[in-house]
Design a protein around this ligand. Structure first.
Ligand SMILES: [Zn+2]
Ligand SMILES: [Zn+2]
Length: 289
């Protein structure tokens, strides 16, 4: 036991059903210290409509219970790699609005998957330039300090961001804007092929993160994986019940760079209703031994 190591900040993605401020109550109920939410419906383009009273209620509830930081996850429809102009433009516009919400809610930023340009080698080759231009447009139109946070991907089909180094290339292509950050999802990294359950494999992953810039890493998505290493199939598992396992997650949580970030659960839940007290307790337990 060492008193020099700060305890892991364990948080969770929680629902806002019934009002924005309910997110704070749900986090409190499961023992989550930090929190991630959707602002608006994740499967819809519609602009979220929350009044100042709801915004203030959430901020006050988080402050009262000392829950934070807050992250926003972008809607799933966003596809910054889309080759179709209408979908791409709508994705850019949605991200600008989501970032404005992040400012308003005092969130760290908005976490987004890069998306896919569609099947085929020609499409794959065209994807990165598409994302880079989208990132530049979003950041040009975003006047606040909220961060635009790129998440690594399991890499099914032609989905971009399978490698941390690719996220780094896109950061550079977007002029290295200081508001750009990275979210590392443990399940996605494992599914993408990183051997995160071995010291050497973890060192390779963290080395790639440091190459991009350790300060770019802003949050860890803490998930076990139902599918094996390198499967490129994104299926989250409850902590300790998947292919990464408790030992693998303990190794991940022991890394000095990773463990100093907020860890946000996006697990299916023991009863299938999302992150719960049991998963929070499991993660906290394996991170303290
Ligand atoms: Zn994730
Ligand atoms: Zn995932």
């Amino acid at each position: 036991m060492s008193t020099a190591v700060p305890p892991l900040c364990v948080g969770a993605h929680v629902s806002t059903a019934g009002g924005l401020a309910t997110a704070a109550e749900r986090a409190l109920a499961i023992g989550a210290q930090c929190v991630q939410i959707f602002v608006g419906a994740p499967q819809q383009w519609a602009e979220p409509r929350y009044g100042d009273d709801e915004v203030q209620a959430l901020r006050a509830a988080l402050a009262e219970h000392r829950i934070g930081p807050l992250f926003i996850h972008a809607p799933y429809l966003v596809n910054l790699a889309a080759l179709r102009d209408d979908l791409w433009a709508r994705s850019v516009q949605t991200m600008v609005r989501q970032l404005a919400w992040a400012n308003r809610l005092d969130a760290v930023g908005v976490i987004v998957h890069l998306g896919s340009p569609g099947p085929g080698d020609a499409e794959r080759a065209a994807g990165p330039a598409r994302v880079a231009e989208a990132l530049r447009r979003v950041l040009d139109a975003h006047s606040g300090s909220a961060r635009l946070i790129l998440e690594n991907d399991a890499g099914s089909g032609n989905r971009l961001g399978r490698q941390v180094a690719e996220l780094g290339e896109l950061l550079a292509a977007a002029r290295g804007d200081p508001r750009l950050g990275i979210c590392l999802d443990t399940a996605h990294a494992f599914e993408a092929g990183y051997a995160v359950t071995t010291p050497d494999g973890l060192a390779a992953l963290v080395g790639e993160l440091e190459q991009v810039g350790a300060k770019r890493l802003l949050v860890v998505h803490a998930n076990d994986s139902q599918t094996p290493q390198g499967s490129r199939r994104d299926r989250h598992a409850n902590i300790g019940d998947g292919e990464i396992g408790a030992a693998g997650l303990r190794l991940l949580a022991s890394d000095p760079l990773l463990r100093t970030q907020p860890w946000v659960l996006e697990v299916p839940g023991i009863k299938g209703d999302g992150p719960d007290a049991e998963n929070v307790a499991r993660l906290r337990a394996l991170a303290t031994c």
